[in-house]
Design a protein around this ligand. Structure first.
Ligand code: SF4
Ligand code: SF4
Length: 129
């Protein structure tokens, strides 16, 4: 399960993700992170069964947590099944089915945004945008 964790760095520079690993014993895979002097945002991947525990500990440490599920929207009216998104995606989110129609396996997405930029039909977007 993927979570987006946002935390302030104003209170200090404590390594919040490492702290949660230490406190919970759950191994956390950091998929991407963007951290500046005042705030940090990280996408982490954890086992589904550890979600409640990790979320609770992150909240206790002052972070806000959002569960990422099915994050991409595909506009079927626009998509022409050209396959450009298949080539660019580092996570192998896209595949063709037996009829050469695009299939999106959104649970693998880390929201890098490459496919959204490259799609010639503007058929892809982040849900909620
Ligand atoms: S790049 Fe766009 S048009 Fe091409 S297969 Fe992917 S979503 Fe469809
Ligand atoms: S946003 Fe990135 S990881 Fe997600 S489907 Fe597009 S290219 Fe793949």
């Amino acid at each position: 399960m993927k979570l987006i964790v946002t935390f302030s760095r104003k209170a200090g520079r404590n390594p919040i993700i490492a702290q949660v690993v230490k406190d919970t014993g759950v191994l956390i895979n950091v998929e991407r992170a963007l951290i500046d002097s005042s705030e940090g945002e990280a996408m982490i991947d954890i086992p589904d069964e550890a979600c409640a525990l990790v979320k609770r500990r992150l909240s206790e440490l002052g972070a806000s947590v959002r569960v990422l599920e099915d994050v991409l929207d595909l506009d079927l009216d626009r998509c022409i099944d050209c396959g450009a998104c298949i080539s660019i995606c580092p996570q192998e989110v896209f595949v063709f089915d037996n009829d050469w129609k695009l299939v999106v396996r959104g649970e693998k997405c880390v929201l890098c945004g490459r496919c959204i930029e490259i799609c010639p039909q503007r058929a892809l977007s982040q849900k909620g945008d």
